[in-house]
Design a binder for this molecule. Sequence first.
Ligand SMILES: [Ca+2]
Ligand SMILES: [Ca+2]
Length: 445
Amino acid sequence: MFCVAFLLLTTWSSVECNPSPVLGDAVVDRYFIPKVCTREAKTETTFVITYNATFVDGKTFDSSQGGSAREGRLIAGVDKGLQGMCVNERRTITIPPHLATAQPGDVVPPDTTLVFDIHLLDLWNKADMVLTKTVVPESCSRRSVVGDYIRYHYNGSFLNGVTFDTSYQRNSTYNTYIGMGYIISGMDQALQGVCIGERRRVTIPPHLAYGEQGAGDVIPPSAVLVFDIHVIDFHNPNDTVNIQILYRPEVCNDTTAVNDLVHYHYNCTLVDGTLLFSSHDYENVQDAVLGSDKVIDGLDEGLRGMCVGEKRLITVPPHLGHGERGATGVPSSAVLVFDIEMMSFEKGVPPGYLFVWLEESPANLFEALDMNKNGEVPQEEFGEFIKLQVAEGKGRIKPGLTMEQIVTDMFQNQDRNKDGMITANELKLKVEEDKEREEANHDEL
Ligand SMILES: [Ca+2]
Ligand SMILES: [Ca+2]
């Protein structure tokens, strides 16, 4: 059974550390002082103590053992005797008769010296600042606000230094929305206004933590909690992709767009700089057709509008990246930073196309294709025609494929009866095919 008394100290200003101070005639024997004294009693401090009170002959007249927790002042001399006491300290306080004036209801015989044997378990102030220590990184472009989603590591301990919970042991950050009541209110406050990479130590009084009830077997009643927090990253669900242009060549006439095949180098890191992936590991540039779901949405967006040689830093929030589930090598809900250099790109064609006209297509396409005018177009003749259009800048083939692959595929599509020749009846532009297919679907309906 964990029985404690709560005392509120209100009546003193400061005290020198002294093994056995005499305070207002109360004699104090600090018979156990912790090596580390994280906090000591001050004005307006509330204590959690266990105590045993005896007369000078050793007979107990009051004790926290078996009693219920109570708040308030016991005896004037005890207040004075608690001054400067550290958490986990044990001391006896001997109260002379003139100070041993009891509260109404207490039974203390007159002219009696009392000895209190006290173990200070915890202390806090109502006015406690939650934040007690912080290390802010040199670069901090943004501070967290209510509604942000944060990932952080923490070590949770009591004032006596004993750890009760730590995210490091789980090897996984704690992730939560800030200021929305998902966590104890002291922590909700502590996580506001942080920078990415910031380290904070926060001391949370019980009324902003688990209160008089505590929590299960882990947090005792009225415990003050100390959290060492390391902010890994945070973002807002409304965040868009952030693009920072690091370098842009002076001459930049042509830029990347949807459907283009882009070739780029990249380093992908977490916001704390931890490298996850790099194209430099493979000595090959990375290829992607923009808008084709080849890469995560945020990166796809960030790669658009770039010219060759341009360098960008692209910051991708998780809802435009790998999301809450993460991916192999990517923690859940992680913000990713891509350091990009655009090496080259080839203009693309819309999905489903192998070739597009850059100008008006010939009025009579079959006549244009049938260059020797014999009424039929074999693959060789077809290929010559397509190559000519590309060479003259009138058309463009899908990037990433060879001319031979393109010509073979297109020819197979047009030679509908597979006799090795395209005839005038067989030839159709893709737009016509799509239109016919659409009409056929309507007919079915
Ligand atoms: Ca021909
Ligand atoms: Ca044919």
